[in-house]
Design a protein around this ligand. Structure first.
Ligand SMILES: Cc1cc2nc3c(=O)[nH]c(=O)nc-3n(C[C@H](O)[C@H](O)[C@H](O)COP(=O)(O)OP(=O)(O)OC[C@H]3O[C@@H](n4cnc5c(N)ncnc54)[C@H](O)[C@@H]3O)c2cc1C
Length: 318
């Protein structure tokens, strides 16, 4: 019977959503499903892990030290004594850090950037996208378990199963010497107005076509009229016009909103990979040859500085 573990870190809003997505996916593998939870763990957070399918939670509570090195060491010990077949991580800073350190400790390969995972008869197949999502590649592990996989957020829905309270096993974090000596001295939470980019039903994204940093104001205005989140291409993040937290794409976030409005975005492969699965894509670009029109459901060829104010005005009249 397969044993799957999902590493889940705690965030300000509760267990990381990608962890809940992976628990939901892993429920379908059958067998035993446990969460390895790194965080203070309120009753509510631990219950959420159970509700998403974990029958057991290995609970690690961090101190004020950067916890990833110690968490990887504790996870290596746990894996040695419990022999899980598969350990899943979300593509987050903490998930990647713990997975990489664990891989080095136990000498196991990681398949990363997964957009799908299948387990059949002990064989694990990991799918990821290459060439900007144009081609899917399936890879299998040929070594012995545990198999380590890092998956992209939003690859699976997070759906509670109605599962009960999980069994909790407290796991202490070992002293890992120099590797664990970095101390967290401050942490900053970005305060958002409007919905969170990853969860928003509507996203309004800007590219270099906005022209200047000030050009982002029209994007924000439209987003606020629509109750949408704002997003950006890497070009304008690199230019310092918009915060990295808004970047969508290969080296940014993956989003799947109901509606994605791309204004002044050319549609480079590295951007498309983060938004092409949105339900409806609307593009505004003054170049009718722009690749973004290749994935759009609705395209407006025009200057965004003329089109968007008209749209905002029309919304105001409704
Ligand atoms: C390893 C790697 C990773 C990357 N990761 C990412 C990533 O995660 N996300 C990402 O976005 N990019 C990423 N990139 C960069 C990517 O290749 C593109 O350079 C970037 O997406 C282009 O951004 P853009 O569309 O804003 O700019 P441009 O390509 O310069 O396009 C601007 C568009 O605006 C249009 N335009 C100009 N003026 C107007 C106007 N007034 N009205 C309407 N339209 C107008 C133009 O016709 C053009 O199509 C990555 C690149 C590499 C090499």
């Amino acid at each position: 019977m397969a044993k799957t573990w999902v590493f889940v870190e705690e965030t300000e809003e509760g267990p990381a959503t990608v962890g809940l997505e992976l628990l939901t996916k892993a429920r379908g593998f059958g067998g035993e499903l446990a969460a390895v939870f790194l965080g203070n763990g309120s009753e509510e957070n631990l219950a959420a892990l159970g509700a998403h399918g974990a029958s057991k939670v290995f609970h690690m509570t961090p101190s004020d030290a950067l916890p990833t090195a110690a968490a990887a060491a504790a996870l290596a010990d746990l894996a040695g004594s419990h022999s899980p077949d598969l350990i899943l991580f979300g593509l987050t800073y903490t998930g990647r850090d713990v997975a990489g350190r664990l891989s080095a400790r136990i000498g196991k390969t990681i398949l990363s950037n997964a957009t799908d995972i299948a387990m059949e008869g002990g064989m694990v197949t990991v799918t990821n996208e290459i060439l900007g999502g144009m081609t899917l590649v399936d890879a299998i592990f040929e070594n012995d378990p545990p198999y380590l996989v890092i998956a992209r957020p939003k690859s699976f829905p997070a759906e509670p199963s109605g599962g009960g309270a999980p069994e909790i096993e407290t796991v202490s974090l070992p002293d890992v010497g120099h590797a664990g000596s970095a101390i967290v001295t401050a942490s900053h939470t970005e305060h958002l107005e409007g919905p969170k980019l990853e969860d928003a039903a509507i996203v309004v994204a800007a590219g270099r076509g906005i022209g200047t940093e000030e050009g982002f104001a029209v994007i924000e205005e439209l987003a606020s009229k629509l109750g949408a989140a704002t997003a950006a291409t890497r070009a304008i993040v690199d230019a310092g016009w918009v915060a990295y937290s808004k970047q969508v794409g290969q080296t940014g976030k993956t989003v799947k909103p109901d509606v994605y409005i791309a204004a002044g975005v050319s549609g480079a492969m590295q951007h498309l990979v983060g938004m092409k699965d949105s339900k409806v894509i609307i593009a505004i670009n003054k170049d009718e040859e722009a690749p973004i029109f290749g994935v759009s459901d609705l395209g407006v060829v025009g200057d965004l500085h003329k089109v968007l104010p008209k749209l905002i005005e029309a919304l105001g009249n409704r």
